[in-house]
Design a protein around this ligand. Sequence first.
Ligand code: AMP
Ligand code: ZN
Length: 472
Amino acid sequence: MTLRLHNTLTGTKDVFEPLEPGHVGMYTCGPTVWNFAHVGNLRAFLFYDLLRRQLSANGYRITHVMNLTDIDDRILDQAMHAGTTISEYVKPFVTAFFEDMRALRAQPAEHYPKATEHIPEMLAMISTLLERGNAYVADGDVYYRIASFPRYGALSHLDRAGLKAGARVSTDKYEKEDVSDFALWKKAQLGDEELGAAWDAPFGRGRPGWHIECSAMSKHYLGDTFDIHCGGVDLMFPHHENEIAQSEAANGKPFVRVWLHSEHLAEPSGEKMSKSAGGFITLRDLIAAGHDPLAVRFFLIANAHYRSRIRLSTEALHAAAEQVRRLREFADRVRRSQPAANEDDALVSHIVEIRAAYSEALDDDLNLPQGIGLVFELVREANAALDNNRVGTEGRRGLLNLIDEVDAHLDVMGGEEPGLADEVERLIAEREAARQAKDFARADLIREGLKQRGIALEDSRDGVRWRRVSHG
Ligand code: AMP
Ligand code: ZN
């Protein structure tokens, strides 16, 4: 098995090798918690999850860091309108983010640092950049001097002249030496104190710019040089270029070895989904419209390769739900089946081939859609063999292994474990008995335990009913 990943820096698919044998350090740009995450954001987060799972499949131990941007202009704006502090304002959105991640079965990262909890690290890096001449103070703000970093633009393969034209001119201030210089530190404005958005700094009270947080937090958790950095394509420029400029100038070492960027999700209209544009769709919206979060998961990771654009549509979600249903049904059927006396040798060797081809597809820059295509071919063939009683011990074992290997990425087939309904019914009966005996503490304990497992109980006229909920 050799994992190859498309590195934006080289522009080619390169064999992946971590700095430290057996261990991968990876930083992924996380949500700005000014609102719920939209489905486009979730696509990026599930791409991180897919990468994580394939690294695990290759036997790596992983230190995955995903930041939460809990300070930026939009957050300040919203908190001010809500008459609260930024830390109070973001709380429900932080909770919602973790709920969404759980509902979508994203494996948790090792660290979820918040920008506001790493201000000292940012101050230290900004001070270094000032000392080295990579930054300057202008009217209480601190800017990065892009002219001091000749390699600027290497990631997005843009030349310096092009970068200036593409810079965010709207946020530029006339005090800057150059229009493409970007803010590392912003002088405190009227009202920032009440919002809890100002910190002391050697260069004056204020708050950090957005780009410095990722440089400072990745250094804190992963060191000066680490293996993988991911984000959506929109972050390549200027955010990731700025991170490289900050980190390499401050640390004097190469920053990231492999950069991966996932493509956008478009709205049903074909427009790129964005929070700022208004009409964005959240996971909550989709669940309210009756979609299964796991169908959403399947649609986001398995329908298209992470480097191609996809468009959200009801039809696509229904098609994904149908594929999930077929896979689950197949997995259940194989798990319940008894090995037949006759073995179909052609099937057995085909299973071996498909298992190898599946893992090869995933090693080829995470080509899950291709892998899933192969699996569906085999599902048809295996279903026919099961109909004809031609799946013996070896075939059955091969199919079970394949199901596990595929579900290590998809994570949709373990949903309704066989026997779950019986166990829940037993616990409900136990809770009823406890209530009859006026042992309410025990009754509550059972209810709480089920809730932890994502099962909610409802007292109805016909007795107690249960249903799956997306979060506890
Ligand atoms: P944000 O919360 O805006 O900081 O973005 C979080 C992540 O979502 C980043 O990796 C973005 O690149 C990604 N992202 C933003 N919009 C989209 C979109 N429409 N499709 C896919 N990814 C997106
Ligand atoms: Zn970032």
